[in-house]
Design a protein around this ligand. Structure first.
Ligand code: ADP
Ligand code: MG
Length: 255
């Protein structure tokens, strides 16, 4: 961690798809222990930024420095190994598995071969497996779903499924958690729950990048917000600053 608390430096990130600059020379610095919001209209490059940062796309230009290390060309599994975990805008759960089995999958990097198959297909669990179960219960407690552990993932509401995804992400014990629209498709009650969970995670000291279009969540939780528009950084600052920024009002209201 740098002297000023910066843990992640995205420098002049560019991601080009053919002639389209989805992300266009964007600089972002993330401070440890903060929630950093990335907002912007549909198609402004938010998910592309997350995909670049998590190694899904190799950026066309720019650099990613994580805790002093250049990780620009790292593959997704290498980035995950360095403590950066992300969830996806579209759910990536195994619908036919139970809630706790979905979380257990998050521990996969600790598993010896066949371990997961055992967990899923047999009722008998060893002591080692039991430890993972206990850890998975702890994570479900954090997201308020411990009572639903043995239900099939498909039987949960959409917002609850998103929280299962968060719990699974936490199984990797990340230093930085990237949430891509965790409240997409969630009901108002679920949005409150997701809000609480992110607050709890922040309190625990976790650094979070939050991509979200529900303004009440973003304005409530974020320490700093970067606004993207057509792949470019429109402005950046505290929620108060962003909320009253004429450029933001214009971009959102199409003025
Ligand atoms: P946001 O998440 O802010 O809604 P995206 O990052 O998903 O925006 O998309 C930004 C732009 O990049 C959009 O115009 C989108 O169509 C385009 N885009 C995203 N991914 C790809 C891809 N794999 N190939 C081509 N164009 C893409
Ligand atoms: Mg998106």
């Amino acid at each position: 961690e740098a002297k000023d608390g910066t843990i992640l430096e995205l420098g002049k990130i560019r991601m080009q798809f053919g002639g389209l600059k989805a992300v266009d020379d964007v600089d972002i610095e993330i401070k440890g222990g903060t929630v950093h919001g990335i907002i912007g209209p549909n198609g402004s490059g938010k998910s592309t930024m997350v995909n670049v940062l998590s190694g899904v796309y190799m950026p066309t230009g720019g650099s990613i420095v994580w805790q002093g290390k250049n990780i620009t060309k790292f593959a997704p599994h290498q980035i995950a190994k360095h403590g950066i975990t992300r969830t996806f805008q579209n759910l990536q759960l195994f619908n036919e598995l139970t809630v706790i089995q979905n979380v257990l999958i998050g521990f996969h990097r600790h598993f010896r071969s066949g371990f997961l198959a055992n967990l899923v297909h047999t009722a008998k669990v060893s002591r080692e497996e039991k430890e993972f179960y206990n850890k998975a219960y702890d994570l479900l407690r954090i997201v308020g779903l411990e009572d639903r552990a043995h239900e099939t993932a498909a039987d949960l509401s959409y917002g609850e499924q998103r929280l299962v995804e968060v719990a699974r992400g936490l199984a990797l014990q990340p230093s930085l958690l990237i949430l891509d629209e965790p409240a997409a498709g969630a009901s108002n009650v679920e949005i409150d729950k997701i809000n609480d969970v992110i607050r709890r995670l922040k309190k625990s000291g976790l650094s979070i990048i939050l991509v979200e279009h529900h303004m009440e969540i973003v304005m409530n939780i974020c320490d700093t917000i970067t606004v993207l528009d057509f792949g470019k950084k429109l402005c950046e600052g505290t929620p108060e600053f962003i909320q009253n920024h004429p450029k933001v009002i214009e971009a959102y209201l199409g003025g």
